[in-house]
Design a protein around this ligand. Structure first.
Ligand code: ZN
Length: 166
């Protein structure tokens, strides 16, 4: 009868199977939870003619998470102030008058657009670590997670994926 010696790396490889499957399951759950918790996107849209003011032309096509404000370039002639005026949507009453008057811009909602930008890696097995990554690639997505309004959705999704609770 032969003795079988199991080499260390083989033992590790055998153990890696269940660990890999467990990490794979959690990652699947995490991806799904992030998709479900992701905010919708909103897009600033001008009518595209000559009368559109430069700040709004600059904002045209800005597609951002719905829980954070659009950024409009400040009118340089007006105050020499650098930076942005912020608006939840076109004609936002909190905007200075020159950003609102005669504005014909629209906001277009894109439900599911950010959810569709969620992806995951396959499980990576290292010497001391088994890992996988869930990623959301979208402009200003970190700002959305840390926003006072509607923030924390990524943390909530991660918690739900690990505990199985919401
Ligand atoms: Zn406008």
């Amino acid at each position: 009868m032969a003795r079988v010696k199991i080499r260390g790396d083989l033992a590790a490889a055998l153990a890696a199977g269940p660990v890999r499957r467990a990490v794979d399951r959690v990652t699947d759950r995490a991806e799904q939870e992030v998709r479900e918790h992701a905010p919708e996107a909103k897009v600033w849209k001008t009518v595209g003619d000559e009368a559109v003011r430069p700040a709004h032309r600059h904002a045209d096509g800005q597609a951002i998470p719905a829980n954070i404000p659009f950024r409009l370039k400040r009118d340089e002639d007006e105050s020499k102030a650098q930076g942005w005026d912020v608006a939840a949507e076109p004609l936002d009453p909190s905007l200075p008058l020159h950003q609102r008057i005669h504005c014909r811009c629209e906001m277009v909602r894109q439900p599911g657009a950010i959810a569709a930008a969620v992806s995951r890696t396959s499980v990576q097995i290292g010497r001391a670590r088994v890992s996988a990554r869930v990623t959301v690639e979208w402009p200003r997505i970190a700002e959305s997670e840390f926003a006072e309004q509607g923030g924390g959705w990524l943390a909530t999704a991660a918690r739900a994926a690990v505990t199985g609770r919401r």
